[in-house]
Write a protein that binds this ligand. Structure first.
Ligand code: ATP
Ligand code: MG
Length: 355
């Protein structure tokens, strides 16, 4: 799949933006505050229904407008898909090939994408939620049944937490345990089987980048030697004290260690960025294998915080992946992407194709 055409109306600094994209390499360059990140944010919003800068709808709406509109065409072998999304005062609306009923899930399947931006080191240094989201993105694409399971689990967790908050009796709380832990164990099984497929790819790319062995291990969110149901019983005093469920797959994590150091705390920012980039590329490799199509990789200012050697390693690996790439840069950096990419210049929210 590649995104061949993209249009945005009333999104951030853009009133009307239209681009014909190269199926493989695209470079967007422009000064600070010209709109580079906003363009990637708009494209990512079409595939995810949320901002990778964690912005809310009001912040995304161009000043003094009510609704923004995003539209894209993707092509995959002989198939063309048309994707649309609108949000604002009229609420969220989504369509894939004219079908409005598939919700955000239909967009996520039609436009699978990953983002590497200057905050990517948070995948290593940030909270476990970042790494759960990372793993779940792979599981979502590899195991089609996962999303429904995850939604059911979240509902069950919410209800159990509500009981804890309202000081429900132990009997009432325990009556939830069976259903809750059944869903939780199923999530863990899917996650751990996907992690097993993912881990060799992560290990290989990270060691190419850092020249050292990096260890990734999946932590399921409760002790290894007990079932989730047993862990819930063991944790009853803590749960009732904190008034929320402290064990389960919503507490899972991926621990990363490198050269006998914990990557989260003991490696440099540049190394964290390289590690995180390697993880993203590894995840793309696996999802591409399962979906049997190239994915879209958005690279926002990839050179930030990386030395010349590191950026070369990163871009060499990006090229090997064969994904469609849209990269941004402050300068017209001809060497960033190989071949003959489409090159666009952005200035004050206006975009012009140069090559
Ligand atoms: N809702 C909005 N409406 C209008 N303009 C906005 C809105 N949100 C942000 N902007 C403006 O959009 C401009 C572009 O921001 P963006 O972050 O995309 O720039 P950039 O090219 O990525 O810059 P940098 O090189 O510094 O990363 C900024 O001037 C910002 O103030
Ligand atoms: Mg930017």
């Amino acid at each position: 799949m590649s995104l061949t055409y993209f249009k945005a109306t009333n999104f951030r600094v853009f009133q009307d933006l239209e681009v014909n994209l190269h199926p493989q390499y695209n470079l967007i360059y422009g000064d600070n505050a010209s709109g580079k990140t906003s363009l990637l944010e708009a494209i990512a919003y079409l595939g995810r229904g949320r901002s990778f800068r964690e912005a809310n709808t009001k912040e995304l709406l161009k000043h003094d407008t009510n609704d923004f509109l995003l539209f894209g065409k993707t092509s995959n072998l002989q198939q063309v898909a048309k994707l649309g999304l609108t949000n604002g005062s009229g609420g969220l609306g989504v369509s894939v090939n004219g079908n409005h009923k598939g919700g955000l899930e239909s967009l996520a399947r039609a436009l699978p994408l990953q983002i590497i931006d200057p905050n990517i080191h948070n995948l290593v240094a940030g909270s476990p939620e970042e790494r759960r989201r990372f793993l779940d993105w792979v599981v979502f694409h590899v195991e089609p049944s996962y999303l429904k399971l995850w939604r059911n689990y979240k509902r069950s967790l919410k209800q159990r937490n509500l009981l804890l908050k309202n000081n429900g009796s132990l009997d009432e709380i325990r009556s939830w345990n069976k259903g809750f832990s059944g869903l939780g164990e199923s999530i863990h099984l899917l996650r751990s089987s996907v992690f097993e497929i993912l881990e060799p790819s992560l290990a290989q790319i990270t060691s190419n980048f850092l020249g050292d062995e990096v260890n990734f291990s999946y932590e399921r969110g409760w002790h290894d030697d007990v079932s989730l149901e047993q862990a819930l019983i063991k944790n009853e005093p803590r749960d009732s004290h904190l008034k929320s469920t402290q064990v389960g797959p919503h507490r899972a994590d991926i621990s990363i260690s490198f050269d006998a150091r914990t990557a989260k705390k003991q490696v440099s920012r540049g190394q964290q960025k390289l590690l995180a980039c390697a993880m993203v590329l590894g995840s793309i490799e696996i999802v591409q294998e399962y979906t049997e199509q190239p994915l879209l990789l958005l690279l926002d200012d990839p050179a930030a915080e990386l030395d010349g050697n590191s950026i070369k390693k990163l871009m060499d690996e990006v090229v090997l992946l064969g994904a469609q790439v849209i990269a941004t840069s402050i300068d017209f950096n001809k060497t960033l992407l190989p071949g003959e990419p489409h090159v666009f210049h952005v200035e004050h929210g206006q975009i012009k194709q140069i090559i």
